[in-house]
Design a protein around this ligand. Sequence first.
Ligand SMILES: C[S@@+](CC[C@H](N)C(=O)[O-])C[C@H]1O[C@@H](n2cnc3c(N)ncnc32)[C@H](O)[C@@H]1O
Length: 202
Amino acid sequence: MSDDPTHVREFFGVRAAGWDSRFPDDGPAYAAAVNELGLRPGDAVLDAGCGTGRALPPLRGAVGPTGTVLGADLTPEMLERATAAGRGGVDGTAALLLTDVGRLPVRDGALDAVFGAGLVSHLADPAAGLRELARVVRPGGRLALFHPIGRAALAARHGRQITPDDLRAEPRLRPVLAEAGWRLVSYVDEETRYLAVAVREG
Ligand SMILES: C[S@@+](CC[C@H](N)C(=O)[O-])C[C@H]1O[C@@H](n2cnc3c(N)ncnc32)[C@H](O)[C@@H]1O
């Protein structure tokens, strides 16, 4: 698929309604990945490309009632599903933002962490997107790039094979993160989990 925002919206817009029922057993994997962010009560965290908001409940659980949870996505249908599931809106788990994560309405260093599940491969300009995520996170804050299955399993699901030029491959990801202001501190790419955790430099 193209990574143009219009095409991203079209691609995910028609998939939003069935998104959660396609992957009904992913909850524990999301909760475990959120745990790796080391969030504390009162922290502020963004779910970048939140989709239907599957990570929003564990993120809220980690920061507690005094914390801040934002969910950002550029596909309206995804955010509508998040709201319908009780994960957004006035009384919901998170404040939902219809926006491109490459242009966030968030001030510099306002957040303690960013969670991004299934996001990075859809960014038209990943380096710029990761820079924008670094802008909104305080020095020492964390970024988790997650997928509930590894790269090889995901490629197989799409009838492809992984290639070394894949941005999510560690040798490619590490320098792209570094240029954007992140230091990669852990990397796992196995059958049942992809998780890269980075710390905001500065
Ligand atoms: C593979 S889905 C993952 C959704 C959710 N994170 C999950 O794990 O269920 C990718 C999501 O990223 C969103 N997305 C892609 N590019 C984006 C961008 N530049 N800004 C905001 N959201 C984006 C899509 O609309 C879609 O909802």
